[in-house]
Write a protein that binds this ligand. Structure first.
Ligand code: NAP
Length: 285
């Protein structure tokens, strides 16, 4: 679709933003739908965030995604923030409404999308999440949305873990989270049917690393799912080892596709072709 005088703009802000795969995914879907939209990368430095928002309002940008380092900093600049984004503490999608900018977070929807395809009784599953960073927060929200039981978050720093646990108080997600130090993990593995890696351990170029040793993965029960948020490489060493131990492996690419599809659907208010976005992502990885 050529750019016209009526082309509406979408985009992603971040610093850096050059590596983002979102323009490829979104523009492929927009082209497939034959819509007069364009999705652009906007490199915005921290100190320019508020000015950028004013500029986006002036040119009536229809919506945008947010990546590092603005996911938390943007919250006080928005007119409305959805409960899930408040609980996660980060916004990855902003849309324009009659009142102003409305922020939400589609990472949790993206995380659970491949899980929802599986026939499991999530209420009987107590997931283990490795890592207590930003992505782990979306995973917790996703697990609550699925209806999972107790959610065990494993980290290496007691103070950070405690802060993580406290941060869910006063949110609809309070009470679901238990925290554990890394040395408790081997004893917990045999009790979970969903083990999620939300650390960067094993990400390219350190592809020979796994956050969990094979000996511990052997303790996974039958029909367990090993889910790695990392999408390069795919599969990671963690997923290879878990698969060797009989687990079902899910990598992070579908989460990336589905968080994008959920954002685009929100802006366009119509169904979007996730398969086209997936193909564009895989072609650009
Ligand atoms: P983050 O906020 O920096 O958090 C990383 C977490 O991993 C922290 O809890 C950190 O522990 C822990 N960690 C780092 N190195 C570790 C090590 N060597 N051993 C044990 N724990 C370690 O990063 P994030 O944004 O949560 O992202 C985490 C991963 O998820 C990245 O690989 C990212 O690419 C991926 N991700 C994927 C998607 C997707 O759509 N598929 C979306 C978001 C993120 P400390 O806090 O103690 O340092």
């Amino acid at each position: 679709m050529p750019i016209t005088g009526k082309t509406k703009l979408l985009g992603v802000i971040g610093d850096p933003v050059e590596h983002s795969l979102s323009p490829a995914m979104h523009n492929a879907a927009i082209a497939h739908l034959g819509l007069d939209y364009a999705y652009l990368p906007f490199p915005i430095q921290k100190e320019n965030l508020a000015r950028a928002l004013d500029g986006f309002a002036a040119i009536a940008l229809a919506g945008f995604n947010i990546t590092i380092p603005h996911k938390q900093a943007i919250i006080p600049l928005l007119t409305e923030v959805s409960p899930v984004a408040r609980a996660i503490g980060a916004v990855n999608t902003v849309g324009r409404t009659s009142k102003g900018w409305e922020g939400t977070n589609t990472d949790a929807i993206g995380f659970i999308a491949p899980l929802k395809e599986l026939d499991r009784d999530w209420t009987k599953i107590s997931p283990i999440i490795l890592g207590n960073g930003g992505a782990a927060r979306a995973v917790v929200a996703g697990c609550v949305e699925l209806g999972c039981g107790e959610i065990r978050v494993v980290g290496r720093d007691f103070e950070k873990l405690d802060k993580f646990k406290q941060s869910w108080q006063d949110t609809p997600f309070a009470g679901a989270v238990r925290v554990h130090l890394w040395d408790e993990l081997p004893a917990l593995v045999s009790e979970t049917k969903l083990l999620v890696n939300s650390t960067p351990v094993g990400m390219s170029p350190h592809i020979d690393r796994s956050p969990v040793e094979e000996a511990a993965l052997k303790q996974l029960p039958e029909n367990a799912i090993a889910y790695d948020l990392i999408y390069t490489p795919s599969p990671t060493r963690f997923l290879q080892l878990a698969q060797n131990c009989g687990a079902l492996a899910i990598d992070g690419s579908e989460m990336l596709v589905q968080q994008g599809a959920a954002a685009l659907q929100l802006w366009l208010q119509q169904p979007v072709p996730a398969d086209v976005m997936r193909q564009a992502l895989l072609a650009n990885l």
